[in-house]
Design a protein around this ligand. Sequence first.
Ligand code: NOJ
Length: 670
Amino acid sequence: MKKNIKSAILLCLVLIIGSGCTSLTEDSYQVSSPSGNIKVNIKTEKGQLLYNVSSNNEVILADSKLGFEFKGLPSLGDNVKITGTKSNTYNETWEQPWGEKRLIENRYDELVVSVQETGRNKRVFDVVFKVYNDGFGFRYEVPAQEKLDSVVIMDEVTEFKLPTIDKAWWIPAYSETYYESITRFTPVNQMDTVCTPLTIETKAGKYLSIHQANLTDYAAMNIYCADSTTLTCDLTPWSTGEKVFTKTPFVSPWRMVVVADRPGDLITSYLMLNLNDPCKIEDTSWITPGRYIGIWWGMHMELYSWNNGPKHGATTENTMRYIDFAAKHGFSGVLVEGWNTGWENDWTKEGDKFSFTKSYPDFDIEKITKYGNSKGVKLIGHHETGGATKNYEAQMEDGMKLYQRLGMNAVKTGYVGLRLDGKERHSSQYGVRHFQKVIDNGAKYHIMIDNHEPVIPTGLCRTYPNFMTGEGMRGQEYNAWSADGGNKPDHLTIIPFTRGLAGPMDYTPGIFNFENLVKPNTRVQTTISQQLALYVVLYSPLQMAADLPENYEGKPALKFIESVPVNWDVTKVLDSKIGDFIVTVRKDRDSEEWFLGGLCNENGREISCDLSFLDKNITYTADIYRDGDNADYKTNPTSIIIEKKEVKSDEVLKFKLANAGGVAIRFIPK
Ligand code: NOJ
């Protein structure tokens, strides 16, 4: 990345104190988005602080409570009055060092609402609302004060009260692990306690995404439906039941709702990033998005083992073979799992035995990294902790220093273990604190992070762009060993609209060999064209080609993976229906090329791609990778047609996608 984030272009910044807010009555205020479509009202009723939201005069959220419950102290928010407001208008454009879009418009009207208790304690706090044309965010800001010093938050009272019993795509927050669930789609009153992003289809035909931004030193927000329509905050607890230990002054993470007319507009909203702080890393030149392969799928397919032994995958020889393949096909990184000692233990129970500096004897890390560096291929490190964060924290700096000394700049971290250190949830304040330490140390030692088994991402990559990507979804690995047969075909038509809204996903696409010798009933449930389409549809700045090199050699479809960028100028979702299909186009950051990815669920369909996104004055050669006429994810997944066509922006291309099929296109200006 050549550009320092500091050189981000500040096109325009306007700060007008005292505009944008209307006082409706003495204790009721309104703030609207810059175009006036979204309106947020804040008021008190019988002492309870409330807000409601409308979009184009249609109620999006009815009166919803705001406030806190503390341990050993009266709750805050139910006996208050509004003592003042301050409003600001912002309009700036900032540049992402990497991402789905280069220039991000950050344009909103802000209202700071100051609140005070009417009772004896007179405790005070502010709620800050930022209202955008595509949604809104708010957070609590609690200043230092005598009657509120060290506090234990038992929960937020924060509500999102829908006007009707809408349907939502959700996964459970507590009963399943690591966000690796199959998504359910039910009316909100039939939900479990669920994770965010929570994606909702309203009866009025709108799409909402409730999520959180800038989650630091706090617990993740989950949501439960308290009555038929009142979605209520449920912070992940510590093992002892408390939610957040803090001290005034403190701020909560942002609570946010994206409001969209089309599902695709959820994907092209940058509200979450805008609600995070600007970049804190001065020199980002070492942060290098790229494509990678890895000694990885072989372990999941039981061809290799992580631990030392006759099937050890991470040997010097094998890694050098992977480096050769990477160099030949333009991959910048090779991930190696199972290089370090500790895997021989039952690491899911005794994760504390991992070393992050000591290699197995058959893995000569010095020789391998020297070889890789000479070929322009970096080793991507692996720190599986087994959930033992204390053991990791004790070695983290040494582990990262080692990587830095060897010229490496990325690590995949892992936290397989039901509880961190046997006790705490990944999404608890304990987990959030740990994950932040990893990002901070990564920044210190110039290491990019790919966080598996994470807490749900919340846009921290804006502030720390070395936080590249992560898991937090059912990834490709389930297609190697999951007892339920693998990810169902609709999975990939849903996660772009759910987990994908939280940031880059290390799904690890690109499987070309659909045979599973160890578990024949479990397999990748897509066609090969859909595997290619995933490189456009699912965003990750570190993007894997997950299959074995031997499964790629000689396959013409590899050419698409070799050519597809990981850093984009612009992203558009041409058409989509959550759970059915999606067609995404993205323009390369470093050239005039465009790429298209389209995919569908188990019901094949015809899609129309209106090429009006292309430059009107240019003729393009389209390299098309589409399903063969008899392609089918069950019976003939590898059937693919690769063809070239000259196209212009006034054309509409139609494709017949196979069952769980796809299409991937590279548009090269002539
Ligand atoms: C689970 C991760 O998702 C996977 O990618 C990794 O290979 C294993 N843990 C071992 O760390």
